[in-house]
Design a protein around this ligand. Sequence first.
Ligand code: SF4
Length: 466
Amino acid sequence: MSYKRTEISKEQVARQLAVCEEIKRELAAGSRAMVDTYGCQQNEEDSEKLRGYLAAMGYEMTDNEHEADVIVINTCAVREHAEQRVFGNLGALTHTKKENPNQMIAVCGCMVKQEHIVEKIKKSYPLVSLVFGPDELWRFPELLQRAREGKKRVYAPGEGDGCVAEGVPHLRDGKVKAWLSVMNGCNNFCSYCIVPYTRDRERSRRADDIIAEARELVAQGYKEIMLLGQNVNSYGKDLDEGVSFAELIRRINALEGDFVIRFMTSHPKDATPELFSAMAECEKCEKHLHLPLQSGSDRILKLMNRRYDAEKYLSQVEAVRSCIPDIVLTTDIIVGYPGETDEDFAATMRLAEKVRFDAMFTFIYSKREGTPAAKMEDPFTREQKQQHFDALLELQNRISEEKHREYIGKTVRVLIDGRDREEGVLTARTLGGRLVRISGDERLIGSFAETRIVDCNTWALRGELI
Ligand code: SF4
């Protein structure tokens, strides 16, 4: 698939930072900004860049829309529901805009890559002064400056195949776990998915830039680095550096420091034995693989354009388990894909029983306008799909609990990464990504600890610090 790779130069990003300085000189003291994020981890990471730019402009961050002088809504287009929520919240902002007529409201992210959405904002949401796509984020400062000049509303949804921009500042949440984007976009065009139309073609960041950022994060004290991409397994295929995703993991693993490398999302057709060996041999790399199956029926997998069948998927499971016998395997399943019969669903149940995933994220099919699947016949009712969904959940909950029971009495190394306020305990993750609840002092957050597992339920383990 040919595409034109666009690399935004460091000089171009430096000019954006100069615009931030200009805005800072004009900004009233105490000005505040808010970034409201919807959707996936890649959007979370984009929002860290938006906050990085806003902080460089001199804005303080707030979560309160009544206090904010600038509000940026970073949207998701994966499910209809997310879009409805965005328009609902935009409607609610008419009140804050009345309170503060100078309030700037911007909408960005995957939703605005759809023409009908931009038209809807133009016509029905005059309070929005700036609209820009995921690929225009690197020049957010100049776009915001133009909108601040207030002559007219600014629209930059973005054309073309996507770009790579280095040097955009991040303002990250937390001090323990960090997102690190290694690539963007997707070339797979699964029939139900809008991502290839909103995030464009796969383009990888250069390995040296990624490793420099990882080194910086470790130096700042981060203990977990989550490598992000819609399809991380095809990292580097669009570059002439000869660095595969497996090699990238090895190079990050070689960095000084005590930290964990995690990654998402993998695709069963692109995951390789080379990756599995790297995961096994790299002590800092997670022993968890999230491998979305989506369906156990070859007929449905074909309709979904997933480009693997159940047999191929099973061979990937065998390959990774032969490399890492206690690998934690999780997956995504879509129930109720258009035309999915009882027999198709039975194939999914059989595969779930055979693989015995540690955990599963299950979704009832959500129609997305603009995807091939949206045009398909869909004869089955929501109730029928719900019955299948409930049956799969029941099966998986039983397996998850049985798998968790196998940890009882074992000692595992965990990263203590937060606090469960409701339960008043610490939360931690094993190298396999399993959630462990532990009683202990908050000062332990951000440290590794040996833990004996004493109990469990379907969703989490309970541990005692050793
Ligand atoms: S691999 Fe498929 S489901 Fe995942 S982002 Fe790409 S097109 Fe969407």
